[in-house]
Write a protein that binds this ligand. Structure first.
Ligand code: ADP
Ligand code: ASP
Ligand code: MG
Length: 407
């Protein structure tokens, strides 16, 4: 068996935890498996490095940020190898580049272009445990890159695909993927399995247990994986292709994303080209837009409509400045920026075949006096924007309404 095991930040947070990881890996190696270990930076390290850089300047150079952030994972691979040596297990650490991970040149959010794991194969053949730095790669020109926050998940899944591993295990600080963040919703339950599409939606909508790009990659290349705890031996959650049984569950999970902000343009003239002008300016600034809501206008003489959209909270100042600059040219009355919002979502493939899900969601929120500011849907999810102070309460309500009595 060839097994890829990924250990996240809290699982390698200190020497004691690294020892725990080493003994887990050693056990697997002793059973005769070939083991490739992917590790993150020790918890808090990436944040600390970012903080130091932004204390020097608010927008540090992105190439240098990658150079800086890659050191976090490089520390952990060496420590993990040393911990394995202490258990008499032959182990070698490799940077992303040494493991053959080639990316494009988009610093701080590079995409993997290909993986040529020649060294990994050779070392495994010698009976060594190979420890690879997560979250990092190298451009064909030899520049160090990183894969976006949470990117060690992607390293693990991409390596599992490239090595045609028999098993890919994501070890973290919870027992698996839950019906909601167990730190926010005490009644959240661990799922035995979940489809790629549902996991993708949950990850994209704020469940930080898996990086969403890593799930996208797993789906594209058909890599099933297991999310489980590094602190016990409980079975985790299997993430895999959808099967017919999965549609029986109407709602699989609930998420709350508190990292969004909303911009509203009040009384935008209702004529062709206005939306194009607004969103071109936002796109030119490399800002991702998530929800967009615009209604029809009812005043025939001076047709105008409000237009709202959401962006990631850190992008709000930049986006608001751009829109303020455009306001006069467009002829909008006012621009309102609001970062006190949360995006609450329910996700499940069963939604496709069960009517009444939206009605139940909105009715539950209404019953608790939670106002809905925006709504967006896809085939397998419904998201609403609510006041951030009501977010966690609304999340628990959704969980009670849809998931409490489910088996
Ligand atoms: P790691 O450092 O191992 O990558 P993360 O902190 O990135 O771990 O992800 C694990 C955390 O994700 C958990 O501690 C949990 O609070 C959070 N989380 C959010 N939503 C969920 C969910 N639906 N199921 C499980 N964990 C969740
Ligand atoms: N260390 C990186 C981060 O904190 C990558 C990861 O942990 O997956 O985002
Ligand atoms: Mg993570």
């Amino acid at each position: 068996m060839l097994i890829v095991q990924k250990f996240g930040g809290t699982s390698v947070a200190n020497p004691e935890r690294i020892k725990n990881v080493a003994s887990r890996v050693a056990r697997c190696h002793a059973q005769g498996s070939q083991v490739v270990v992917v590790v993150s930076a020790m918890s808090g390290v990436t944040d600390k490095l970012i903080k130091m850089a932004t204390e020097l300047t608010p927008l540090p150079n992105e190439r240098e940020m990658d150079m800086l952030l890659a050191t976090g994972e490089q520390t952990t691979i060496a420590l993990t190898a040393i911990a394995l040596h202490a258990l008499n297990v032959p182990a070698v650490s490799l940077t992303g580049a040494q493991a053959g991970i080639t990316t494009d040149g988009v610093h701080t959010k590079a995409k993997i272009k290909n993986i040529t794991p020649r060294q990994v194969h050779a070392l495994l053949k010698e009976g060594k445990v190979v420890i690879v730095a997560g979250f990092q790669g190298q451009t064909p020109e030899g520049q160090i890159t990183t894969l976006g926050r949470g990117g060690s998940d992607l390293t693990a899944i991409a390596l599992a695909a490239a090595l045609k591993a028999d098993l890919c295990q994501i070890y973290t600080d919870v027992d698996g993927v839950y019906t909601a963040d167990p730190r926010v919703v005490p009644g959240a339950r661990k799922m035995a399995e979940i489809s790629y599409d549902e996991m993708l939606e949950l990850a994209g909508l704020g469940a930080k247990v898996m990086q969403s790009r890593s799930v996208e990659f797993a789906k594209k290349f058909g890599v099933p994986f297991e999310v489980r705890s590094s602190l016990n031996d409980n079975p985790g959650t299997i993430v895999k292709e959808e099967n017919s049984g999965m549609e029986g569950v109407v709602i699989r999970g609930v998420t709350l994303d508190e990292n969004q902000a909303k911009i509203t343009l009040v009384e935008v003239p209702d004529r062709p080209g206005v939306a194009a002008q607004i969103f071109k300016a936002i796109a030119d600034a490399n800002i991702n837009v998530d929800m967009i809501v615009q209604n029809i206008s009812h005043t025939p003489n001076a047709p105008a409509t409000d237009l709202s959209f959401t962006v990631d909270k850190p992008d709000l100042p930049k986006a608001a400045k751009i829109i303020d600059g455009l306001r006069k040219a467009i002829g909008a009355r006012e621009v309102i920026a609001d970062e006190k919002i949360g995006k609450l979502s329910i996700v499940g493939v069963g939604m496709r075949s069960h009517p009444g899900v939206a009605a139940k969601m909105f009715g539950t929120l209404a019953g608790a006096g939670v106002n809905i500011q925006m709504i967006s849907t896809s085939e397998i999810k419904i998201s609403v924007i609510v006041d951030i102070t009501k977010g966690k309460q609304a999340m628990r309500l959704m969980h009670d309404a849809f998931l409490e009595n489910q088996t």
